[in-house]
Design a protein around this ligand. Structure first.
Ligand SMILES: Nc1ncnc2c1ncn2[C@@H]1O[C@H](COP(=O)(O)OP(=O)(O)OP(=O)(O)O)[C@@H](O)[C@H]1O
Length: 283
């Protein structure tokens, strides 16, 4: 379990993170969502120890104060994969496993490659990978040492929209498969809702509200949450079966949407909600 108590990260007079307190249970994924400059990356950098911070950071009840970055057992995945180009895929993943015997390393590398959907690609040069594959390798590299906490800073934002949507689904499956406790930073609502169990909305260094997508949309704590998320309705759909084209889902015959509709109809956008565990919903 990760607990932040009154975490503050300052650059001179600017409080980029301003007294944030939150908890992430073991195995849960929290997305931090907010406009550019609200302090999301600074929060991650404070937690991992790349920026000095005040307040408490507890991992499974123990404070990480004074623990150097490389001893914190925290993995990080960034927007660009930041792979070592002179190493193979397997060489990149093995990097975080130094000190273990070769057989153990080889087994773990295969295990995480399978987890991220790249089984058998260990000997490939990383320079031959697509952007999406490179991010999967970066994720595998971070997961390999079984970190207590994984921090992901806009890991999909360099990819195109279609790939981003597909990978956000996969990412949730991968993180859940690894049993990872994760904080996932993004400015994309759909991505946050697809990947996370709970979402925290940040603005100007403060955490405005933390909750499930339903709680944020239906019971916003402050008007700024609605300003940022916009109005949306969550309509639960029941998953019937997978089909060749996707998934067959039953929706209620009539749904209520916010606002007044004056035209001929409405267009709906479908966002699977990772947090419900109940399958796709219509938003
Ligand atoms: N090294 C730094 N020195 C001074 N100010 C900084 C530094 N890094 C970030 N800031 C400022 O801190 C505030 C928060 O920045 P941060 O990068 O944490 O926000 P963010 O929400 O991650 O933004 P983005 O989504 O654009 O990455 C911003 O006002 C930014 O200008």
């Amino acid at each position: 379990m990760i607990e932040l108590e009154n975490l503050t990260v300052s650059y001179g007079d600017l409080r980029a993170v301003d007294g944030v307190s939150l908890t992430v249970d073991t195995g849960d994924i929290l997305a931090l969502l907010g406009p550019s400059g609200c302090g999301k990356s600074s929060l991650l950098r404070g937690v991992v120890g790349l920026e000095p911070s005040t307040g408490e950071i507890l991992i499974d009840g123990s404070s990480v104060a004074g623990v150097p970055v490389h001893r914190r057992r925290i993995g990080m995945v960034f927007q660009d994969a930041q792979l070592f180009t002179h190493r193979t895929v397997a060489g990149n993943i093995a990097y975080g496993l130094k000190g273990q015997d070769r057989g153990t390393i080889a087994r773990r590398v295969e295990e995480v490659l399978e987890l991220v959907g790249l089984a058998g690609m260990g000997e490939r040069s990383v320079t031959t990978l697509s952007g999406g594959q490179a991010q999967r390798v970066a994720l595998a590299r971070s997961l390999a040492p079984r970190p207590d906490l994984l921090l992901l800073d806009e890991p999909l934002s360099a990819l195109d929209r279609v790939l981003r949507e597909r990978l956000s689904q996969d990412l949730r499956t991968i993180l859940k498969g690894a049993g990872a406790t994760a904080i996932y930073v993004t400015h994309d609502h759909d991505e946050a809702f697809a990947v996370a169990d709970r979402v925290g909305i940040m603005d100007e260094g403060r955490l405005l509200q933390i909750g499930t997508p339903e709680q944020l949309l239906h019971s916003p704590a402050v008007p700024e949450v609605t300003d940022f998320l916009g109005s949306a309705a969550i309509v639960k759909g029941r998953v019937i079966e997978p089909t060749e084209a996707g998934t067959r889902v039953a929706l209620p015959a009539e749904i209520e949407i916010p606002g007044t509709v004056t035209g001929d109809g409405v267009r709906l956008r479908i966002t699977p909600l990772g947090s419900t565990g109940a399958g796709p919903a219509d938003r």
